[in-house]
Write a protein that binds this ligand. Structure first.
Ligand code: ADP
Length: 470
């Protein structure tokens, strides 16, 4: 169990991020500590060298003011008692003859500096040198400087203080660095877990949704970071999927509902004919009703399929050059008898010609559906106007009526499949006409808008874009 958990952990992004965090943390800490360490060491060494050089300057002024005697007196003062083990002095002639030395009992093994003396003679600046003595734990730093022509003073001091300080510093750094590196792991783990918490939440939500909780959404923290954008996109996607599922459910419910009544009617009339043992004429009437009902059912099913095909983009448009003015005039001629029956006037406001590249049959069905609706929902004595406006890049086809109109809430739903406003239930229809018209217009890259005032009338405007290359 534990081993399985461990092997699962090996594949987690959190662990990989932790290793990266900890690695980068360790490498940058080592770099930073090394840099600081090198800087401190160079400052400490520089300060010691500066002190030694200042001492040479001081002895030069002693030499100038009081000659060799003054220098010797000062050396004696500086190397009294304990000091003799911390600092020593030697006076040399530039030819390499030793003129004087302080107590060197603690400094056995000092090298004879003949080469350096020659260099000091040439250079204006004092020369510095570090040396290790066989019997001393710490190194010795010496400065050689000419305090008078032909006279070189060597001042040496133990680097004990400096080296102990640097050693302590190094120990402190090693402890601090180890702590920092050890802490890097847990800190990295904490940060990785924190960063991935949002991802885990989305995973949990997705799992719950996969188990059927379609209402579940991911909480969006108000930090506007990448995870928030992901959560928002995820929620939008879920809203859309849910809306689609609800739409599909409604559609199948409506389809089932709309199939049930005609099927019930067909069955009832068949049953009556069978049980009553009716005459040939009655059987023929029953067959005629059945055919009529079946035609309506078939039309409904075919329209549903046409809408689905157009919406999915599977329907290939057969684009040809169409003169919309002609197409609308023909449609108006076709509907004229119905309008006459209802005493409705159809007015047209069409340009002489209006060419568009489109699918003739589908655009004919769009115009027919809009005209059919206008005539259906306009009362006797009303008026229907068809208007075509050529706006270059697009063509606007409007069908206005002085009919019953549609409320604002219903306007938002009339393009849904099977939706019918309550007030229009008395008219024949299946609630698919507008869905089909919209699907066909959208397949052409256009759209349909509706403006309506209940009791006054409606205007449906189909906008058809003119493809650039056509
Ligand atoms: P239907 O077969 O019911 O006409 P449609 O999809 O063509 O189906 O229209 C959906 C609903 O929109 C209609 O039932 C009707 O309530 C409303 N509608 C469509 N056109 C008009 C119009 N010109 N005037 C008033 N209501 C309309």
């Amino acid at each position: 169990m534990f081993l399985k958990k461990l092997s699962n952990l090996r594949h987690t992004l959190a662990l990989r991020l932790t290793i990266w965090y900890a690695g980068i943390f360790a490498v940058s800490s080592i770099l930073a500590f090394t840099l600081v360490y090198a800087l401190i060491v160079s400052v400490v060494q520089g300060r010691t060298d500066e002190d030694l050089e200042e001492d040479i300057e001081e002895f030069t002024s002693f030499m100038q003011s009081g000659g060799l005697d003054r220098v010797k007196t000062e050396i004696a003062v500086e190397t009294q008692g304990e000091e003799a083990s911390q600092v020593f002095f030697r006076l040399w002639s530039t030819e390499g003859r030793e003129l004087m030395r302080s107590d060197l009992s603690s400094w056995s093994g000092l090298a004879e500096p003949r080469d350096i003396l020659a260099k000091v003679d040439d250079a204006d600046e004092p020369v510095l040198q570090t040396q290790t003595l066989p019997q001393q734990e710490h190194s010795v730093r010496s400065v050689y400087g000419a305090i008078a022509p032909g006279v070189v003073l060597q001042i040496g001091e133990s680097l004990e203080d400096d080296e102990e300080f640097i050693e302590d510093l190094l120990k402190g750094f090693v402890v601090a660095l180890t702590a920092v590196i050890l802490l890097g792991g847990p800190i990295g783990w904490f940060m990785a877990r924190r960063a991935l918490r949002g991802v885990q939440e989305i995973t949990h939500a997705a799992t719950e949704i996969a188990d059927g909780a379609l209402d579940r959404r991911v909480a969006v923290r108000s930090q506007s970071d990448e995870l928030d954008t992901l959560a928002q996109t995820f929620n939008t996607m879920l809203d859309r999927i849910q809306a689609l599922i609800i739409g599909m459910r409604e559609m199948t419910d409506n389809l089932a509902h709309d199939l049930r009544s005609p099927l019930g009617r067909i069955r009832a009339s068949a049953e009556v004919t069978l049980t009553s043992g009716g005459s040939k004429t009655e059987s023929e009437a029953m067959a005629a009703t059945t055919t009529e009902e079946c035609d309506r059912l078939l039309e409904m099913i075919n329209t549903t399929l046409d809408i689905a095909e157009a919406e999915s983009g599977a329907a290939k448009l057969k684009r040809v050059d169409i003169d919309l003015t002609d197409l609308i005039s023909d449609a108006v001629d076709l509907f004229q008898p119905i309008a006459d029956d209802k005493q409705v006037a159809i007015n047209t406001d069409l340009p002489e010609h209006c060419h568009i590249h489109g699918d003739r049959q589908r655009i004919q069905r769009v115009v027919a559906n809009l005209l059919d609706n206008a005539l259906k929902y306009v009362p006797t004595g009303g008026r229907v106007t068809t208007k075509l406006a050529d706006e270059g890049m697009e063509v606007k086809l409007s069908i206005m009526d002085t009919g019953i109109g549609i409320s604002a809430e219903e306007c938002a739903r009339i393009f849904e499949r099977f939706y019918r406003c309550d007030r229009s239930r008395s008219e024949q229809g299946n609630g698919l006409g507008l869905s089909l018209a919209l699907a066909f217009v959208r397949a052409h890259g256009g759209d349909i808008a509706v403006k309506s005032n209940p009791g006054q009338g409606s205007t449906f405007t189909a906008v058809l874009p003119r493809p650039q290359h056509a």
